[in-house]
Design a protein around this ligand. Structure first.
Ligand code: ATP
Length: 196
């Protein structure tokens, strides 16, 4: 009997904190590509970022859970937090493909990551395991990466000029956030006094 393969996307990031730009990326990817699930994957430490996350893993996870509550097609995969050292997507996918056999696996990235994609650890193996969902980000152009065999799925998303860096800066300076954070996430940050 023919059974449609499940289409599952993973979205890696520092999520320090998760913001409405991230939620819009996941929404656009799910709707445009008919994904069954999108899992947010908090990274333990981004190999391309020198500074680590500003808050604990537990706080980042809690904020993701608050942001995705009520969206049954969104989930969180914490597998990278349990690993020592930097988060490599190839290692995550090797694990994930055993948990989700017979599925189409995707990884979501913003245009800002295209430039560095050819330097990702094991990219030459990764391209045979996953398709990359590309999401537009203000200030970045879609530059087709010169990686033979790479499959990309550009989606049309609402452009949102939001970054976690700017949100952290505004929180520290006591400036308004203009709805860049999901409400429960902002309430959590204020209650716990994070990013001060
Ligand atoms: P930081 O400012 O701390 O670097 P960030 O806002 O870029 O954080 P990440 O957690 O690093 O957020 O997000 C993971 C990935 O999601 C980013 O590398 C980027 O590709 C993408 N992304 C984040 N924000 C946006 C946005 N507003 N529009 C499009 N893509 C985004």
């Amino acid at each position: 009997m023919y059974r449609e393969k499940r289409r599952i996307a993973f979205f890696g990031g520092t999520f320090d904190p998760i913001h409405t730009g991230h939620l819009e990326m996941a929404r656009a990817a799910r709707e445009e590509l008919g994904l069954h699930r999108v899992y947010f994957v908090p990274a333990s430490r981004n190999p391309f970022k020198e500074d680590g996350p500003q808050v604990s893993d537990e706080d980042r996870v809690e904020m993701i859970n608050l942001a995705i509550a009520g969206f049954p097609w969104f989930g969180i995969w914490e597998g990278e937090l349990d690993r020592e050292g930097p988060s490599y997507t190839l290692e995550s996918i090797r694990y994930i493909e055993r948990v989700y056999p017979n599925s189409h696996l995707f990884w979501i990235i913003g245009y800002d990551q295209l430039d560095g994609l050819s330097g990702w650890y094991g990219i030459e193996q990764l391209i045979f395991k996953i398709g990359f969902i590309l999401v537009a980000r203000p200030g970045y152009r879609m530059e087709w990466p010169a990686i033979p065999g790479l499959t990309v799925y550009p989606v049309r998303n609402r452009l949102m000029d939001i970054s976690a860096t700017e949100i952290r800066r505004r929180l520290k300076a006591g400036q308004p956030l203009n709805g860049d954070l999901p409400e429960p996430v902002e309430a959590y940050i204020r209650k716990k006094g994070l990013y001060q």
